[in-house]
Design a protein around this ligand. Structure first.
Ligand code: V55
Ligand code: FE
Length: 480
């Protein structure tokens, strides 16, 4: 096999890792709390083979899952590639067969029409499975302990569309999963399908609707009564652009944004669209409603945050790409087409928002973010009650990843628990995992889990308690 090309996507801490690992009893500085009982999963993109095109975007890499199993003060790592159909076809060929990001016209003829799923964005334990999610494809189910890939997940045959978001929400009050798929009638289609999944894992309600223009519909907000879809002009570049090898998306600074609000359990005719001036958001921290007033908290930037999906003919502008937590409010009882308000919640520049998931869909107080300054990587805690933001920086030699919240126990108060974040030590080219007190980030990690190797920086992570991983009698850790 040839070497990977020496281009920024593979340089420094982004160099391919490509390893699969079983490592028991990782070295720890400090103490792992003995009550930490479950697993932290995170997904990272890691090309199995050098790409066929050098001018591609970083999202187009094979998904790998890391499973850090915590029990009795010990921590064990398993790290695996997701065995997608695409991974298996390329492994058999010994080279990359698929072409550019979300561009089937650039694929080798031998894989025309085959699944392009990379399963590379979010890991989520649901219905006893670990789902590896990616927004242009169905979920891929894995065993949550062994990480063996089982195949596409259809929610017991009830999944009606071809795609499934990497950001489904679980309503902690009802145990339902709320989700959607976009491009649901094929490449560049404006069709979205909204799903309600009951606690037994079956889709019980499905709503098909069209969005005002095709765009990257990456995340959404769910409240007790509504689902809210931010439509942001990271727009489709068009089939002709794809055939010419151009990126799938292009930023359009001329378009308004929309927030589509659908009542849970509702029908397409109940969908209401609100409008606001051109701006950018991608991830959603949380959403909640007070009767007809819906609040959705998002990191908002004045302009596009994706350097590789810039406006054709115009360079990307980093000055416009600084996102700050903002609360958008719309009122379903009002005839007004605009937002009621847009309130800045913190001056901290960051993205990858996380919460205490026991408060998903509900009024909440605590959120966490990853800072956007690569020269001084940091994480932040935003307290919506006091309006204060506290931060911790790991220093110039350490690149942090998304901070994930773990409750101290199921009964602990909101935000009482730990923040776990994976980090690359830049000079040493090695990975560490930090545990911090979620309420006292500024004190720094109370425990550092030391890996003797480097894992490629990841996208999203999620914690799952032992009860969620092994709802039946199967013992977590018995594979050891
Ligand atoms: C993101 C990641 C993706 C993707 C679209 O914002 C958006 C993150 C890993 O792939 O396809
Ligand atoms: Fe995401």
């Amino acid at each position: 096999m040839p070497r990977f090309p020496d281009i920024p996507m593979f340089q420094g801490i982004h160099a391919p890792s490509r390893i699969e690992i079983d490592l028991h009893d990782l070295e720890v500085d400090g103490e792992i709390p003995r009550d930490l009982d479950g697993a932290f999963y995170r997904v990272a993109p890691d090309h199995q083979y050098p790409p066929r095109f050098l001018d591609d975007v970083p999202f187009n890499a094979d998904g790998t899952v890391s499973r850090f199993l915590f029990r009795e003060g010990r921590v064990h790592l398993r790290h695996r590639y997701v065995r997608t159909e695409r991974f298996r076809l390329e492994r058999a060929a010994g080279r990359a067969l698929y072409g550019k990001y979300r561009n089937p016209f650039t694929d080798d003829p031998s894989v025309q029409g085959r699944s392009r799923n990379l399963a590379n964005t979010t890991p989520l334990v649901w219905d006893g499975k670990l789902l590896a999610l990616r927004e242009d494809s169905p979920p891929v189910a894995m065993d949550p302990i062994t990480l063996e890939t089982e195949g596409d997940w259809s929610f017991h045959g009830t999944l009606g569309g071809p795609t499934f978001t990497a950001h489904p929400k679980i309503d902690p009050r009802t145990g339902e999963m709320i989700a959607f798929g976009f491009a649901a009638k094929g490449l560049y289609s404006r069709d979205v399908v909204y799903y309600e999944v009951d606690p037994s894992g079956r889709i019980t309600h499905e709503v098909w609707f069209e969005i005002p223009y095709y765009c990257m519909l990456h995340d959404f907000g769910v409240t007790q009564d509504y689902a809210a879809f931010p439509i942001i002009p990271v727009c489709g570049a068009g089939v002709e652009a794809l055939k010419a090898g151009k990126p799938h998306y292009a930023w359009d600074p001329t378009k308004e944004i929309y927030l589509g609000v659908l009542p849970r359990g509702g029908a397409a005719r109940d969908l209401r669209w609100f409008r606001a001036p051109n701006q950018f958001c991608s991830h959603v921290m949380n959403a909640f409603n007070d009767r007809t007033r819906l609040h959705i908290d998002v990191p908002v930037a004045p302009g596009n945050m994706f350097p590789f999906f810039h406006e054709p003919g115009k360079p990307w502008d980093p000055a416009q790409a600084q996102s700050r937590m903002t609360r958008w409010t719309v009122d379903l009882a009002s005839k007004h087409e605009g937002f009621e308000s847009a309130e800045r919640l913190s001056e901290y520049v960051g993205e990858f928002p996380k919460i205490d998931h026991r408060y998903q869909t509900q009024p909440y107080r605590h959120g966490w973010l990853l800072g956007f300054d690569p020269a001084r990587s940091s994480i932040a805690h935003v307290d919506h009650q006091t309006g204060k933001t506290q931060t911790w920086s790991a220093g110039a030699n350490t690149a942090l990843q998304e901070p994930c919240f773990i409750p101290r126990s199921e009964r602990a108060a909101e935000g009482d628990g730990y923040i776990i974040t994976v980090a690359t030590r830049i000079r040493e080219m090695r990975t560490d995992v930090f545990l911090l007190d979620a309420q006292r980030l500024e004190e720094g990690p109370f425990a550092t889990i030391h890996l003797p190797v480097r894992l490629r920086p990841g996208y999203h992570g999620n914690w799952a308690s032992r009860a969620r991983i092994a709802p039946s009698s199967r013992e977590v850790g018995e594979h050891e």
